[in-house]
Design a protein around this ligand. Sequence first.
Ligand SMILES: C[S@@+](CC[C@H](N)C(=O)[O-])C[C@H]1O[C@@H](n2cnc3c(N)ncnc32)[C@H](O)[C@@H]1O
Length: 188
Amino acid sequence: MTTKKKNTGISKTLHSINARTSPNDKIMTPKELAKKIIDSVEWEDGEIVLDSCRGEGSFYNQLPNNVNKIWCEIDEGKDFYNCNELPNTIIQNPPYSHLNNWFDKCKELNPKRMCFLLHMYALTDTRIKNFENVGYIIYKLDITKVHEWFGHQVVVWFGKKEIYGNSIIGNLGRYKRNKDGVYIKQIT
Ligand SMILES: C[S@@+](CC[C@H](N)C(=O)[O-])C[C@H]1O[C@@H](n2cnc3c(N)ncnc32)[C@H](O)[C@@H]1O
């Protein structure tokens, strides 16, 4: 008889998030955290900075005065997927229910760098690889925790390899048991 493994703890929570019929994408970033993220990097005079989904403006409203800021927000009639302006930097806390499409759109706009506030589990080896395949590396990564948000969050900065150099984030591969029960590295 096969017994189905019961979901518990984190696994249960992740399953319930994936099973949501109406995704909860409208989670606003605490203003103080957004400011801390903005202040953690240098901003060039006149660079074009896009907040791709500005919500209530935690990022957008606090960007420094020396940049040219632009925005999208679906609730205000500006769908990011229709954006054809070319920013130097994109900064955002993206909607979680369509992250892969969001990442693809960000890459299509070809900025020199882009910053994402993400759930820690959203930063997978496959997604990092997909950025690397089009010339981006992680050049800065910070961990944070917003009380009441599930788990921990990461603030990840992808930058063009030729500008930002080598990443210190490595990928040691995936490991799976073979038929003899021995863990082997999978070719991905
Ligand atoms: C996680 S919230 C973050 C809001 C804000 N950036 C912040 O950090 O407080 C994601 C936002 O994405 C917006 N959004 C969802 N789909 C969008 C789209 N296709 N284009 C632009 N904005 C979108 C939602 O309305 C929501 O305001």
